[in-house]
Design a protein around this ligand. Structure first.
Ligand SMILES: Cc1cc2nc3c(=O)[nH]c(=O)nc-3n(C[C@H](O)[C@H](O)[C@H](O)COP(=O)(O)OP(=O)(O)OC[C@H]3O[C@@H](n4cnc5c(N)ncnc54)[C@H](O)[C@@H]3O)c2cc1C
Length: 539
């Protein structure tokens, strides 16, 4: 009998141990802000690598449940969350996972602080980031709507730090007819005679975090035209004072590949009371602020899951021996992990750059040029980082050998959960087409691309490694010539390759900028690797 015992991978304080996060924050936060936020991040890093991580592993086999009927035949549609999620909700409220962005203690940089908290919290909570993203998005949408009644009613609950008062929000858009082509939605809104209230009738096909107290949804007021313009944005409170759903039937929970702690439901709205948020048309446009925020969370989740996988993998490499030495001393294993690390660092820089711009937009410190850049970078960042997360998670599993494929290591969930990132909140193709639209925000795609080029080139100003700068320049030139020459169907057909090229090119430029600032040997190695793997996907 073998006496061999394999040491398991372990996590330390996820803030203290994170060179990339700490170095980035040192660059973008003024010293006094950095020293003020330090404690909150160290605390979250401690939870994420300790108590929450232990709870996550213990909670592995638990899933949310739906009880549709009580013992006496009453329809109750009760959702029970898992222990991990119940704890995560309280921690999220108390640590200001949503609130931090709205308190704006550090102006526009509060978004960066909030995203850093979310980045630490997410991988230990099995995607509790999903309800938080929608909650954050709902708060931003309601605030932007100018609907004072709804702002007063809901926003204080969405941005409170008091767990007893805290509400989460759902976002109910996707119907059977389409998630991407949401203009096909069939839910009807009937106005209540003699009041501003409506009742909604229809089926919603994917509604995540169905335990939420409120939701923003789309429906077509009777008599409105077909298509996206005829939809209106509605506010719903999901349950009455006795906790019963307000004319909402939860038909079933989805049986999903991943995100299994997230209760994602199919619903029938059967006269659900609802209020208009902003006007009785243009719902798709009016819900856009929510999507921008959830796409930012998607990118932050992508980098946080990459980071978690790599943190475990790097630790395991020091503990697992093969062919006479730990894996951490095997040049090929080290090289494999370093290439994944470069992918993660590149994604990290882009996701947090979008957080910086989002913060500036919220505090109205954003220039017109930057606002157009943010409009462009949000879909680019979401689609690029989503793809990177799946690739990195798959490789992380392989880096553990067979253990990476075994459920009770807690590793396979990283891949399953990552796989949702390119799908929800806009698939890769849908966002690639949105990238083309965003380039034309001010009517001229070439001008849009020049703006992007200027942002990219400003990152590499003064960098004397001409080889690296040439990789950036060559990709930008290729993108410009493709955009100038592609015609007809070729434009749509090439949109994904084009958008990924823009995404990876700005990631490389941001990586170079950061390495130039930090002069850190590992950061410089990541830049070289990322440039060698290649950023240009256009052919
Ligand atoms: C776990 C999970 C949770 C979710 N939670 C929510 C939620 O809370 N609220 C909500 O509203 N939705 C939710 N969704 C739904 C999600 O947003 C949609 O699944 C997604 O938007 C895609 O829509 P669809 O499923 O109808 O696919 P489709 O729109 O049918 O797309 C199918 C394929 O066609 C491609 N495609 C579509 N249009 C084009 C085009 N013009 N050109 C090229 N390719 C195209 C897409 O990229 C995709 O690959 C959730 C989904 C999942 C998986």
């Amino acid at each position: 009998m073998s006496q061999f015992q394999q040491a398991l991978p372990e996590l330390g304080n996820q803030y203290d141990d994170d060179r990339v996060l700490r170095s980035y924050l040192a660059r973008v936060l003024p010293a006094d802000v950095l020293s003020e936020v330090h404690e909150s991040l160290a605390e979250m890093g401690h939870l994420a690598g300790g108590e929450l991580y232990d709870l996550q592993l213990a909670d592995r086999l638990n899933e949310p449940t739906l009880t549709q009927w009580d013992a006496w035949g009453n329809r109750i549609d009760k959702i029970e969350l898992t222990p991990l999620w119940r704890v995560a909700e309280g921690i999220a409220a108390e640590h200001g996972l949503v609130a931090t962005a709205y308190e704006q203690k550090y102006g526009s940089l509060s978004r960066v602080h909030q995203c850093a908290l979310a980045y630490l919290f997410t991988p230990s909570t099995d995607i509790y980031s999903c309800p938080l993203a929608m909650t954050d998005g709902a708060a931003r949408t309601l605030l932007n709507s100018g609907n004072q009644g709804l702002i007063d009613r809901a926003v204080p609950h969405l941005i409170t730090r008091d767990p007893k008062e805290f509400w989460t929000a759902g976002q109910w858009m996707t119907e059977l007819t389409g998630g991407s082509d949401v203009g096909l939605s069939e839910t009807i809104a009937k106005s209540e005679p003699g009041s501003n209230a409506f009742r909604l009738y229809g089926r919603k096909w994917f509604t995540s975090a169905i335990g939420s107290q409120m939701a923003l949804t789309l429906a077509r007021p009777e008599g409105n035209p077909p298509g996206g313009r005829g939809l209106a944005l509605f506010y719903i409170e999901t349950r009455d004072e006795h906790g019963r759903p307000r004319n909402i039937q939860i038909n079933r929970l989805k049986d999903k590949l991943g995100t299994r702690k997230v209760p994602t439901a199919e619903l029938t709205l059967d006269g659900t009371p609802a209020q208009l948020v902003k006007g009785s048309v243009d719902g798709v446009r009016n819900i856009a602020p929510l999507l921008n925020i959830t796409r930012l969370w998607n990118g932050i989740s992508a980098v946080s899951l990459m980071r978690r996988g790599l943190a475990l993998s790097f630790d395991y490499a020091t503990k697992r021996t093969a062919f006479g030495a730990p894996l951490s001393e095997k040049p090929l294993h080290v090289d494999t992990l370093a290439t994944l690390q470069a992918e993660f660092e590149a994604a990290f820089q882009l996701a947090f750059y979008v957080a910086e711009l989002t913060g500036k937009s919220e505090t109205r410190e954003i220039s017109d040029e930057e606002a157009l850049l943010l409009r462009l970078l949000t879909p680019i960042m979401k689609l690029t980082t989503g793809k990177q997360a799946v690739m990195v998670a798959s490789e992380v599993l392989e880096s553990f050998g067979g253990a990476g494929y075994v459920e009770d290591t807690g590793l396979p969930v990283l891949l399953r959960d990552s796989q949702v990132l390119p799908i929800w909140e806009g698939t890769t193709n849908v966002l690639a087409l949105d990238t083309l639209r965003a380039l034309q925000s001010d009517g001229d795609a070439q001008q849009g691309l020049r703006r992007f080029e200027a942002a990219v080139m400003s990152c590499v100003e003064g960098v004397n490694d001409s080889k690296l700068v040439n990789v950036v320049r060559a990709a930008l030139d290729h993108a410009a010539s493709w955009l100038a020459n592609a015609e007809g169907d070729a434009v749509e057909a090439g949109a994904r390759r084009f958008s990924l090229t823009l995404g990876r090119t700005i990631e490389l430029a941001l990586l170079i900028k950061h390495a130039q600032w930090s002069l850190d040997r590992q950061a410089i190695d990541s830049v070289r690797r990322f440039a060698s793997v290649g950023v240009d996907h256009i052919f």
